[in-house]
Every structure is written in structure tokens, then in C-alpha cells.
Ligand binder design. Sequence first.
Ligand SMILES: *Cc1c(COP(=O)(O)O)cnc(C)c1O
Length: 408
Amino acid sequence: MIKEALDIQKIRKDFPILQRQVNGKPLVYLDNAATSQTPQQVIDVIVEYYQRYNANIHRGVHTLSQEATDAYEAARKKIQTHFNIAKAHEVILTSGTTHSINLVANGFTAFVKEGDEILVSAMEHHSNIVPWQMLCERTGGVLKVIPMDLNGELVMEEYHKLLSDRTKLVFCNHVSNALGTINPIKEIIDAAHRMGAAVLIDGAQAAPHIKADMQDLDVDFYTVSAHKICGPTGVGMLYGKEEWLNKLPPYQGGGEMIAEVTFEKTTYADLPHKFEAGTPNICGGIAFGAALDYMNSIGFAALAHYEEELLKYATEQLLDIVGLKIYGTSENKTSVISFNIEGIHPYDIGTILDKLGIAVRTGHHCAQPIMDFYGIPGTVRASFSFYNTKDEVDVLVEGVKKARNMLL
Ligand SMILES: *Cc1c(COP(=O)(O)O)cnc(C)c1O
């Protein structure tokens, strides 16, 4: 059941930064796909940690260490519940999506032989391309690309043709950060599994909009960054199926990840600690849990419904501007609009919008292959969150019109 419409003005009061002025204008923050803002409820958890129980975890017998350990492990449980993960130790806390992907790519060195194939989608973030290229360099594996079409959708027919018994791994984002496309990951996962290949889904851009169910997806690995879902930077999740996490070697050596160390031999700790060497981002992990609590208190069905309305409204308003073209026109997309105006460099539009207090992203959005595909240097990207309003869409549209008049 969809909850009644969100009380946006009440929600906005949770985010102190939204009261800010930029260049003498009220901030209109539309760069949510790069990082989301932080509600007071999460800021309070961070402050409380440093004021009351800052301590190292899993080692100390003293009270502060116990409290910090309990809060950190409670956060892991919240993450487990949120993503419907079978076992808490399948949740590896990392520094974010990039770290999570590198951990898996590194671990797969032992499982990829010369001539084995790794499929990546044409709409990947650089953090989901480079680690696989490095893996191929180490192993002699071959990287193959699942093509996309002009709507910004994967060509699934080609995907099915590319799959073979040489395919070892398939990597794809759940939602494209540059285009907003929601990819058909269930179909991707099921087809790969029929060929005996493993699948990693990069969920960094999906997590703010979609509550993904790991057991239902039956995915092998899934990655999330807390800073895109109202949490702090520098912390995120790697979900891995237990059987894979047991097979993969540790990524980093150090404290916390060992069972026993002598100079002759070291045995590794059990999951999840095997992949959590050193002192983690303790406060960040606890705040990650608080961020999920916050998002769930609003409800994913309600926020996705609201963001869809914003997307529809903004798309219609922007398309009224002469010469404006939107990249990524799938029916299935989140609230991201990538666009250009004919004859104007995206950077110039972004600069004028900033003068008006409007924060958008300009450039290739860490997805240069997509820009090459469309033959453009980059785009202006406005990405909306549940705390944005129709009024803010109007401010954006007026700003873009103003920029167009100044620059053409
Ligand atoms: C943001 C993002 C990443 C990188 O996340 P980090 O937090 O910088 O590690 C990877 N993939 C997608 C789709 C993203 O949106």
C-alpha cells in the first residue's frame, strides 16, 4: 500500500543545509546523484557517537568499547534487514561502492583464466570499469561490453548473445548514475546464472530510490554507498553470498581480519571480519544504519512515487525549452535528468545555475563511455531527491532559460 502523499515541508525541516543561501539565493540542491544531504536525525547520531562512546570496537572489554561494538553490529543488522540478506555476516562494511567493487575484482584474480570473459554494461560508472580492466590485465581475461541504445537502455538481445560458457562474471549497475535508467537486473542475473557466471550489481544509484531484496534477486554481490542515501561519506556495503565470500581471498591484511598470527602462518578470521581489516569507519557504520532508519521512516514506496511525479513534471517543463535535449529517455528511470542545450557547453550552464544558487552536476559523470556513445563532451545533470519540490523545479527551469538567453 502506498502511504499518503509526503509532507515535504516537514521533511525539509529535517535537513539543516536546505536553509542555506548560496550566492545570496536559497540553495536549490539538485546534485543528489553525486551525494545526498544529511538529516538532523543522522547528524545527531554522529555527534552522540563522538560525545558519548567513541572507542575502538571488537577488542576492548571496557564499557565504551562494548557500546560502540553493539551499535556497530546493530547497524549491520539494520543493513541486513533493509536489503533482506539471509545472514548478517554476508554484510561486509566497506568505505563505499568503489572499495566494494575493488574487493571483489581483486578476489576474482584466482578465478579468472586466460580467455575467460567478463561482461560489463555500456553504461557503467568508471568505478565499475577500471577494476575489471585491471583484473583482465592480471589474468588474461577478456572484457566484453553489453551495448546500449539511444534511449539509454541496454540491448538485452545482445546481452543474451554475449553470454556463453566462457563468461565468468557479469557486472552492471542497477541504476545508471548518468542517465537514471533502471536496468532489468533480474533478467541479467538469471541469464548469467544459467551459464554458471557470477553477477555483481552496483546498487549505488538505486539505493536512494529502490529497496532491493538480495534473496529475491539471488544476486552474488551488491554494492551501496551510504552517502547517497542520507548517510555519511566513507562507508558502504558489500553484500556477498556466503559461499562466494568464503571462496574469495582477503583483500587487505591487518588487524581484525585474522584468527591467529605467527611468523610462519596466519589463519583468517571468520566472515565478515575476514574482509574488514583495520579499524573501520565505526561512526560512519552506525550512521549508515541511522540513515536507513530515516529513509524507512519516510517509506520507499512513498518517496519513489513522489520522485516519479517530480521527474515527470521536470521533464515536461525542461522539454519546453527550445533546443534542449534529454539523454536517457527510458520509461524505467529514477529522478535523474541529463540534458544539453544545442550550441552551449554544459559547463557554462552549470556555472550560471550556481550563481543562482542551483547545484547541478556538469561533465561526464564518471561515465565517459556513455558521453562518447552520444558524441557529446558531457551533460548537465539535475538529480532530484524526495526533499526537492516542484517550486525548485520551477527555479531550475527559469535558471536554464536565463542561461540559454545569456549564452546563445
Ligand atoms: C556514486 C556511484 C559509484 C561510486 O560510489 P563511491 O561512493 O564514490 O564509491 C559507483 N557507481 C554508481 C552507479 C554511482 O552512482
